[in-house]
Design a protein around this ligand. Structure first.
Ligand code: XBP
Ligand code: MG
Length: 262
């Protein structure tokens, strides 16, 4: 099959487009616990450990069973009660607080768009906050900025399962070899590789470099003129300048596919 060359870039949301977890989602979970009269509070360290489970409701279930010792049926009921409230509270965080895009992201998105690249989002998060967050971050309608937005509402399985990425590919009528996926976490990189795609990791606030090694290139940020990127893992020795550009992503894609004999 002749590979058409890079057609699209698919972005994860949490940790990739913005640092939403430590001071965003975690705060919303704690506000939900408080509103429901629960004693639970997730500090920054505990939340970092709980992030190994993607999907807020599944994370709550994991916490109530493994940390609070509740029976599964009770834990499931409580998670189902907390999560919708947390989601509403996170929408307020998105609307009221400034959750800035990661450094260099908007420059990178504009470069990709100007270079004719199709753009999509595939996240484990809940659609009711994803769309307003994308609107705020991209300072334009999310559906203008991204051709396809796949959220946790659209899939049964969460990352590291690749279902969200396969659905994005299906909706864009593309194959795995046509895209590069941008992720920030171990679960996200595993999902991208399980989808058979080239993966660029922009290390997230909670990610451990050692656990991003499955990615084809790992950097610390998207890069700005006054904030050059640091290369954290470059197994294919791709030529990476001080900022991520469309040319770098195209080169990464070409080098990876050549290395895979495609
Ligand atoms: C990150 C997640 C989400 C968020 C919380 O997804 O795992 O669950 O932590 O959002 P991604 P919800 O990195 O794929 O964007 O509570 O809506 O799940
Ligand atoms: Mg993420």
């Amino acid at each position: 099959m002749k590979v058409k060359g890079l057609q699209a870039v698919i972005f994860d949301v949490d940790g990739t487009l913005a640092d939403t977890e430590r001071h965003g989602h975690r705060v919303a979970f704690n506000r939900a616990f408080e509103k429901l009269g629960l004693e639970d509070r997730w500090d920054e360290d505990l939340y970092g450990r709980l992030l190994k489970v993607t999907g807020g409701e599944r994370r709550l279930m994991h916490y109530f069973v493994d940390y609070r010792g509740l029976p599964e049926d009770e834990a499931a009921k409580l998670a189902a009660k907390v999560h919708p409230l947390k989601t509403d509270l996170f929408v307020s965080v998105v609307n009221d607080d400034e959750i800035p895009p990661r450094p260099g992201l908007l420059r990178f998105l504009n470069e990709l768009r100007d270079d004719g690249m199709r753009l999509a989002v595939a996240t484990t998060g809940t659609r009711s906050w994803v769309l307003p967050l994308l609107d705020k971050i991209c300072a334009r309608s999310s559906l203008e900025a991204f051709e396809v937005v796949v959220t946790g509402d659209d899939v049964r399985d969460r990352k590291p399962d690749p279902e969200a990425f396969f659905l994005a590919l299906d909706r864009m009528k593309l194959e795995s070899a046509d895209v590069v996926i941008v992720e920030d976490s171990r679960n996200g990189v595993k999902a991208a590789k399980a989808a058979g795609c080239v993966c660029l990791a922009v290390k997230g606030e909670y990610a451990d470099i050692g656990r991003l090694q499955g990615a084809d290139l790992v950097v610390d940020n998207f890069g700005e003129p006054d904030q050059p990127i640091q290369i954290l893992h470059n197994p294919l020795s791709v030529d990476v300048p001080a900022m991520l550009t469309s040319a770098v992503v195209r080169d990464l894609h070409d080098v990876c596919l050549r290395a895979e004999g495609q």
